[in-house]
Design a protein around this ligand. Structure first.
Ligand code: CDT
Length: 309
């Protein structure tokens, strides 16, 4: 058995004026709780350190850049990294990254148990739009504030397991999962900020949004015989509700832990990496069963082309 005890550190809402330092203090409270429950790895949400700022229209470059981190760790997050190193707990957390070249990404990092960063992922599937959209109940401007990730979907050897990352909307795309599945991923970790309300269909309802999220995570885990840890930032941010529903899913696609609140809440599960072997060697033995001669359009085209086109 190769057991890793994983904690999903769901975060409640973060208000616009809340400081990074205050958020990090909350993250450390969850980290201490995770230590008491024997966690080896703790996963935090997408853009953990701030409110979900892509809901705001901003033109001023300095105002935009104030939401971004120029290095990681930095002054605000150092206490978290220090405490994690003392507790020998690995971390995964998302943040807005501003590179020395001036590029902006929606980023997530993974550390080992010494606090060293072993992996960095930049969100590939950016949802939303780049121009102000008067038709929407609220804005979702990820395409304005971030570039699409340029690092692909690598996996990293960490704690004797193959780990991979994605961020939020990536979970809805089977391509994200399969690219990591093709590298033998055993544990996929990610955070999300999903509005509880569909800005383009107000009547959709929270239940359906939670269902779709769980559906794609369970399917992705099963179809690639991997564990998955999905962690929300939840609750009401400035009148904009974000859904909870953080889950840990096993390689058979079953939910083994689930958050019950929309606040700061830790979920945990003991994940045996060897539980991925059966699926990888049987129904999802990719080497034996994949038929790549039929898959060309998946990388050759984006939109739908009906046969008449
Ligand atoms: N943060 C993020 O990627 N949220 C999306 C909602 C997009 S709605 C425009 C998600 O897939 O949950």
């Amino acid at each position: 058995m190769r057991e890793i005890t994983v904690g999903g550190a769901q975060m409640g809402p973060i208000q616009k004026a809340e400081s990074r330092e205050a958020v990090v203090a909350r993250m450390i409270v969850l980290l201490e709780a995770a230590a008491k429950r024997g966690c080896d790895l703790v996963v935090y949400p997408e853009l953990t350190l701030t409110t979900f700022f892509p809901r705001y229209w901003m033109d001023d470059e300095a105002e935009i850049d104030a939401w971004f981190e120029r290095e990681m760790p930095n002054g605000a997050t150092k206490p978290l990294f220090d405490r994690a190193r003392e507790l020998e707990i690995a971390l995964c957390l998302g943040y807005a990254e501003l590179t020395p070249e001036g590029d902006h990404y929606n980023t997530q990092i993974l550390t080992d148990r010494t606090g060293a960063i072993v992996g960095k992922y930049r969100k590939v599937h950016l949802p939303g739009h780049s121009e102000y959209d008067t038709e929407r109940a609220f804005q979702h401007l990820e395409k304005k504030y971030f570039l699409p990730g340029d690092l692909g979907f690598p996996v990293w050897r960490n704690m004797d397991a193959w780990m991979g990352m994605m961020i939020c909307n990536d979970r809805r795309w089977p391509e994200s999962w399969r690219l990591m599945g093709l590298q033998g991923v055993e544990l996929v970790v990610f955070g999300y900020n999903t509005p509880s309300v569909n800005s383009q269909m107000g009547g959709e309802g929270l239940e359906k949004r939670l269902y779709h999220s769980e559906l794609v995570i369970c399917a992705g885990a099963y179809q690639n015989a991997t564990w998955a840890v999905a962690v929300a930032k939840a609750g009401d941010e400035d009148g904009h509700p974000l859904m909870g529903g953080s889950i840990i899913v096993d390689p058979n696609g079953f939910v083994v832990a689930k958050a019950q609140t929309e606040g700061d809440e830790l979920i945990t599960a003991v994940c045996d990496m060897d539980a991925t072997v059966f699926g990888k060697e049987t129904i999802f033995d990719f080497a034996r069963h994949r038929r790549i001669e039929h898959y060309g359009p998946i990388t050759a085209q984006t939109g739908v082309k009906t046969p008449e086109a």
